[in-house]
Design a protein around this ligand. Sequence first.
Ligand code: CO
Length: 152
Amino acid sequence: MEKKLLNILSGNDPFLRKEMALVVAEELKNTRLQELIENMFFTMEKNKGVGLAASQVGVDAALFIVEVDMQRYIFINPQIKHYSKDKVEMEEGCLSFPGIFKPVTRSKKITIAYLDEKGQKQRLKAKGLLARVIQHEFDHLRGVLFIDKESV
Ligand code: CO
């Protein structure tokens, strides 16, 4: 399959404010979804990002991808089950806001439940950069952007 560079919506696009629809089981068997995920990784890597949500490429689907420490993650229909009370501030960027960086306070650790690309239920505990990127991308699925977030 030839990989395609997807158009990333810029920060003021109203689509980024929408809540994304859950991916249904049938779509998981669809090669279109697998193609979307492949193209999202391709697009994210070309743009030197560490995370990308489907909303950012104009697709109404509750899914995002992450690549941290050379490890690829795919989160479909994710739910963050636990946010640690322990928080940390760090500068964040977003592929929809090129050149804009802002300190954001987020939980140090999270637990996320989700489906993988095969539709299997998964659960992951994350800390450090991975936890941060997951929280940023998860927000995208609910129309929340990092520019909205507070730092303390
Ligand atoms: Co973003």
